[in-house]
Design a protein around this ligand. Structure first.
Ligand code: RIB
Ligand code: CA
Length: 316
């Protein structure tokens, strides 16, 4: 049976690759998309998601997500990495795709009880609000929640120690990571290993197999250049958000450990930092009720899957 996915993104480049993967993968049935602020202002995030859904001939509820973090401060966008509109060099056409209010999330979860997997690849604000606004524990009907965010004992990507999604709304990230239940956390520890270089991009875009091919080429090349500028010498660009989707459909590609997680929201150098206990022996206190954190990935199999799906034709 296909897995039903509700994707929450801040539709910049890697979010868009994650969305394209969801559209092209026959193992996934997209049942809704939430467009949040993050890499770009919310307006661009909505515009990019509308563009890609239209190109993929997909009609699902596109839900208007939050436009700022829970503490009300102005967000910091990541336009240096994602381009002026969030899609690298592309300024997508304005498409009037039907939009839905936030509570549509609950209609979707109710419509398919026990079947809707949530994948959150933006700042955690939308997911935290989903928990807060969820009536009658509807959120407990969700079989799994995959969250891209955090960096454990590895360098951050927005500060020396913090990862962008958790740093953008650490209060939301801390709330959601402590909700228990079936949370899979996909941090920089693994997204920093699954890199895409220019020859892999060329391999994927050599033939126009689907309507996304030229976009995939343009946005990944842009992301590669931006990441190389920020981190000279890296072997390719990460595609962070895609890995949160992969962890749902191919969990066997990852190594997970259960750990309690704390995300720091105190102002100061640790703002946005994610902390878990990885001392030797800490596995003895690891409990299943804590989130499972991906700590390793099979990079060879990741590449195969990346090529397989992104070069697939559009489903009928
Ligand atoms: O740190 C990586 C995350 O930040 C990804 O979700 C990427 O899209 C950016 O928002
Ligand atoms: Ca993202």
């Amino acid at each position: 049976m296909r897995k039903k996915v509700l994707l929450i993104g801040d539709f910049g480049i890697d979010d868009s690759i994650a969305l394209i993967y969801c559209i092209l993968n026959p193992e996934i049935e997209l049942v809704g998309v939430v467009a949040s602020y993050g890499n770009t202002p919310r307006l661009f995030s909505i515009r990019n998601a509308s563009f890609l859904l239209t190109l993929g001939r997909v009609q699902v509820p596109l839900i208007v997500g939050p436009e700022r973090p829970l503490n009300g401060t102005q967000p910091n966008f990541a336009l240096d990495f994602h381009g002026p509109y969030g899609l690298g060099p592309i300024n997508p056409p304005r498409i009037s795709y039907p939009l839905f209010p936030f509570n549509k999330i609950f209609d979707i979860i109710r419509r398919f009880p026990g079947e809707v997997h949530i994948i959150s690849v933006s700042p955690g604000t939308a997911l935290a609000l989903t928990y807060t606004l969820s009536r009658e524990q509807i959120i407990t009907q969700v079989p799994s929640i995959n969250i891209m965010g955090g960096a454990y004992l590895v360098p951050g990507n927005i500060t020396p120690i913090a990862e962008f999604n958790f740093w953008s709304d650490p209060v939301a990230a801390n709330n959601t990571m402590n909700q228990g239940g079936n949370i899979q956390n996909i941090p920089l520890n693994v997204t920093g290993k699954a890199l895409v270089n220019q020859s892999l991009i060329q391999l994927i875009t050599a033939k126009n197999t689907n309507p996304f091919t030229p976009i995939i080429g343009a946005i990944l090349s842009y992301f590669l250049a931006a990441n190389l500028k920020a981190s000279p010498g890296i072997q390719g660009t990460p595609v962070h958000d895609l890995l949160a989707v992969l962890a749902l459909v191919h969990p066997n590609l990852f190594t997970f450990v259960h750990r309690k997680v704390q995300v720091i929201s105190d102002q100061g150098p640790a703002f946005g930092q994610s902390i878990a206990d990885f001392r030797l022996g800490s596995n003895k206190t690891a409990k299943k009720r804590f989130p499972s954190i991906a700590v390793d990935i099979n990079v060879k199999e990741f590449r195969k899957e990346f090529i397989r799906i992104l070069t697939s034709p559009l489903r009928k």
